[in-house]
Design a protein around this ligand. Structure first.
Ligand code: ME8
Length: 663
């Protein structure tokens, strides 16, 4: 069909359901969404797949901990992930769950094809297994920890089916050679080539020790091993065995973090070669977002959640920060401080300010209509030239996924326009005909730059650029604009400005950080047990005034749950205020076995000097966290009193020994 749009298929990893989405996962999904929007603006029909990886020992354990059947646990988690992507404006075109029937069919079909082609055989395997990474760790000896995640490994022997990965050493090396762009960036490609050159061992792809998985056809005691199962989800999402009908396979791009590059560039192409199926065109492995130089991960508890950022600064601010701050492919540090800094300097003072002042000047001087330019001066043509050049350069950067460079180019153009306005000073021109003509030219030029900036930044800042588009009175949906046709001079003089809308209001850094951290601390970082239908209901009509004032008592827990919380008597040794944080005090507290640094949100109610020497109750086994950049290793227990939630420290009327445990 001559008018059919070219197709583009891209994927994020299929995320594990034993944890909740954090900013690392959000990063990959935001990048995928940015590419999707960009490709759509180039006329592609795009499918973006994300989903949830729901099988394996970890899920079995997490479901057990939550006290619900696996199927219920994963259904809840999948919904959590899907709903978050929808809420953040990065919804999947195809959301695939590995517990779906369409996926099980595809995995079983792939297995049969590999087996018929002679690449699968039965055997036994004994080795060290890392249950967190769901992988045998060939490098580890019994008793040793997993070299990837540092957790203990378990020795495991079992009957497996093996995949003849060893047969693919040469085909893979030949494939990498013929397709130099298959693994990106180059450093990862070199790493993978040396890995494959070092020799490939056959791979066990089924388990008899795991129950929660897709059964192997005609071998009910075996279920598929996590990677044979999970990777296949990319194919299941676009038709599985009938992939040709939808026309989206092979994938154009698998986006992954560098932690899972080997699975995607060695195992996955080998499985597909064995099944004689087309191979994906590219795997791009980005770096990690770090917190204090350590990889953010749910097990360490040092994760940053996306929702507080989206709520306080908006989703576009988060997208901008993720793509601007770190060179795509490299690791980068996450900090709230840098995030709010970027928000204020680049978004509020940069794009937001340029858009609102341009609109205000056109409103005031040109009757709210884009003015017609008069004779051009060299400074007008210089800016026009810079904008025209930026179009090509920014698109080139998007094509190469060098997002931070693309944004640098766009912001250089914003900066040049700010300078242009400062030197041309349209506001100081008078009302003579010549002055009016000059002002019209300056404002037309500025509006035209803004028009180009808006179109170019749209893949990264979809919400705010759509607002600027309306502000500039431009017709149609910005997302459907054809970027290939973008040129200087397309804004129509005479077009009436649209309604002005708030764009990136400036925000007080300390306050923004405090709000984000407060929301973050309120959110559980690990999956919570799903509510079950026999959960105790609160007593209806409970009488006393006190009962009416206090919130209802939540669901009851067993003593074993309470026993998990370790509270001890602590003695406050030092107490001081934290600069820039009105509500926080930094304390050092002796808990018997050690002296801990703890931040407490009591600064508005307690003088630091008066706390020294006071005995308090400390929760000592909480994961340490940072509050306003200060590490807090524990929590001081306080009652919350009155409508403002005034904290009142728990204390004792009798003398108690420091370090005594509360039970
Ligand atoms: O590995 N910085 O799932 P997963 C940047 N189910 N990106 C990060 C990150 C960080 N700190 N943390 C996570 C799995 N990511 C498998 C995948 S695919 C067939 C199966 C992102 O939930 C990054 O994309 O552990 C990484 O590769 C992915 O989340 C890992 O997600």
């Amino acid at each position: 069909m001559p008018n059919e749009k070219p197709k583009f298929y891209l994927t994020t990893p299929i995320y594990y359901t034993n944890g909740l989405p954090h900013i690392g996962h959000t990063y990959t999904t935001v990048v995928a969404d940015t590419i999707r929007r960009y490709k759509r603006m180039l006329g592609y029909e795009v499918v973006m797949t994300t989903g949830t990886d729901e099988h394996g020992v970890n899920v079995e354990r997490a479901a057990k901990n939550a006290g619900v059947p696996e199927s219920e646990f994963v259904a809840n988690m999948a919904e959590t992930w899907r709903a978050l992507w929808d809420e953040l404006g990065v919804p999947a075109d195809e959301f695939i769950r590995t517990t779906e029937v369409r996926h099980a069919r595809t995995v079983q079909w792939l297995f049969k094809r590999c087996r018929e082609n002679g690449y699968i055989y039965p055997g036994h395997y004994t080795g060290q297994y890392c249950i967190y990474d769901n992988a045998f760790v060939t490098e580890a000896k019994p008793g040793e920890n997993c070299p990837d995640c540092g957790r203990p490994t378990e020795t495991l022997t079992e009957e497996n089916y093996f995949f003849k990965l060893s047969a693919f050493q040469k085909p893979l090396l030949d494939f990498y050679q013929k397709n130099p762009d298959f693994i990106r960036p180059e450093s990862r490609r070199n790493e993978m080539i040396s890995f494959v050159e070092g020799g490939l061992k056959d791979l066990s792809i089924t388990r008899t020790t795991v129950r929660w998985g897709i059964p192997v056809p005609a071998e009910e005691s075996h279920v598929f091993y996590v990677w044979f199962d999970a990777l296949t989800a990319y194919l299941s999402a676009v038709g599985g065995p009938e992939y040709e009908r939808r026309g989206f396979w092979p994938a154009d791009l698998h986006l992954v973090g560098k932690d899972i590059i080997r699975f995607h560039t060695v195992y996955w192409p080998a499985f597909l070669m064995a099944a004689m199926l087309p191979l994906p065109k590219q795997v791009w492995a980005h770096g990690w977002f770090l917190m204090d130089a350590a990889k953010m991960s749910k097990s360490k508890g040092n994760v940053v959640l996306p929702r507080p950022i989206a709520n306080v600064l908006g989703m576009d601010a988060m997208r901008y920060f993720l793509l601007r701050e770190v060179v795509f492919g490299q690791d980068g540090n996450f900090s709230y401080d840098a995030l709010v800094q970027r928000y204020n300097s680049d978004l509020a003072n940069g794009l937001g300010n340029l858009a609102s002042r341009t609109a205000a000047m056109i409103e005031k001087n040109c009757g709210g209509k884009i003015p017609k330019p008069a004779a051009l001066q060299p400074q007008d043509t210089a800016l026009a030239k810079q904008a025209q050049n930026a179009i090509g350069e920014v698109m080139e950067h998007y094509n190469k996924l060098t997002f931070s460079r693309a944004l640098e180019e766009i912001w250089a153009l914003i900066g040049a326009t700010d300078k242009y306005l400062t030197s041309e000073q349209p506001w100081s021109l008078g009302n003579t005909e010549a002055d009016q003509a000059r002002r019209a030219t300056i404002l037309y030029t500025t509006a035209e730059v803004l028009h180009i900036v808006t179109a170019l930044a749209h893949p990264v800042l979809p919400e705010s650029t759509a607002k600027v588009w309306i502000l500039l009175g431009q017709p149609g949906q910005l997302g459907s604009l054809n970027l290939d046709g973008l040129r200087w001079g397309q804004i129509q003089p005479g077009a009436a400005l649209g309604k002005s809308q708030a764009l990136f209001p400036r925000i007080d850094k300390a306050e923004a950080i405090e709000r984000m951290e407060a929301m973050e601390n309120e959110t559980p970082k690990q999956p919570v047990p799903a509510a079950t239908s026999n959960a105790p209901a609160s007593t209806p009509g409970a009488g006393s005034a006190a009962a009416a004032a206090a919130p209802a008592i939540s669901e009851k827990i067993g003593i074993e749950d309470f026993a998990k919380v370790e509270m001890r008597v602590g003695l406050v040794k030092t107490a001081e205020r934290i600069v820039g944080a009105d509500k926080l005090l930094k304390l050092t507290v002796d808990i018997g076995s050690e002296v801990r640094q703890i931040c407490a949100g009591i600064a508005q109610y307690y003088e630091p000097e008066k706390l020294i020497g006071r005995k308090v109750v400390v929760v000592v086994n909480l994961v340490p966290r940072k509050l306003r950049g200060v590490e807090s290793n524990g929590m001081i227990v306080a009652a919350t009193v009155g409508p403002e939630g005034r904290p009142v420290l728990a204390s004792f009327t009798e003398d108690v020994e420091v370090g005594a445990r509360l039970k």
